[in-house]
Design a protein around this ligand. Sequence first.
Ligand code: NAD
Ligand code: UFG
Length: 343
Amino acid sequence: MKILVTGGAGYIGSHTCVELLNSGFEAVVVDNLSNSKTESISRVEKITGKNITFVQGDVRDRECLQTVFKAHDITAVIHFAGLKAVGESCEQPLSYYDNNVYGSIVLAQEMEKANIKKLVFSSSATVYGDPEKLPLTEDMPLSTTNPYGTSKLMVENIYRDLEVADKLKDSNSPWAISLLRYFNPVGAHESGLIGEDPNGIPNNLMPYISQVAVGKLQQLSVFGSDYPTIDGTGVRDYIHVVDLAKGHVKAVQAMLGGLSGVNAINLGTGNGLSVLQLVKAFEEQNEKPVPFKMVARRSGDVAACYADAKKAKALLDWQAELDVNAMVKDSWHWQSKNPNGYE
Ligand code: NAD
Ligand code: UFG
């Protein structure tokens, strides 16, 4: 069974390709390589001993999608392709709406024409805005604070409208759409062959910690020490990327098994960890010091954010299995083996 993976050369996409291939699926990847390299695909092939069909293309390019749908009998699509930097989205909102929203519309239109109606979409916990209550359940109010987050929420709404309209037509092949809301993906494949390869100075905590530990960056700035949390630093639900990748395979399998309609589902562990707890776990597990200093809060950050992960268990029979020690160990293994990423 063939799955189209848009953005499959990227961080989460490459790990998902490994899990798809290991579960007996075939993968066709469409990626424009705007934030990745084909080396990640070669390494997925090395890990799994299986081949991937790679197409360098853009999800906004209809002809490219039409060609792929004609050449391959695609059963379902996992849609990762998009831009993901919050700060950049504030500077270049149109580029974010173009890639993330327009790209998701073109993809759904071409899927509909090809009668492929099973779709997994990469959403984000950012759609919960500044949480009123924790842990976050999928039915809580949604809001966003930046164009990146807005683009994710817009696509969720567009896909909901699409499914409602399709149901009214009483079509005999209903849409099945999983809106997977990721919490904070970290870690890497245990082989150390694939991992996160951010451009320039990382915005996110885990790659920043790893680059300090490997000596590329001098010290970590901890953004805020006066949050109402266990130690004053921000709390997040870090989830191992391999667990996250398995969640995508489970979503495809659930839809093949009859899960239909639109389902928003949190993919998190359900546990919150502070910045300092993550730093400490990294230092202890890897026996590597991570010098840090406390600085002011980063604008737009929330104090704490973690998932209620029960819906994923109920609908997908999925739950996170890897703990924080595996997350920091595998992040470091990838970073130390590939100090300059895929270069
Ligand atoms: P990534 O940048 O590593 O992967 C995205 C891939 O999509 C890249 O390979 C990029 O080249 C490709 N791409 C971008 N625009 C494209 C386009 N128009 N057409 C074809 N390919 C395109 O990012 P990631 O961390 O793997 O994230 C994957 C998805 O998950 C994204 O949609 C992101 O918004 C979402 N997400 C990520 C996180 C996170 O913290 N990493 C959290 C929540 C949601
Ligand atoms: N942090 C630091 N120093 C750093 C980087 C981060 O102290 O150098 C702190 C942040 O203040 C926050 C925590 O580490 O408390 C996590 O920050 P990240 O940037 O790693 O992750 P965020 O939770 O801010 O953002 C992530 C994704 C976004 C997504 C959001 C909500 O990067 O794309 O989760 O899902 F929108």
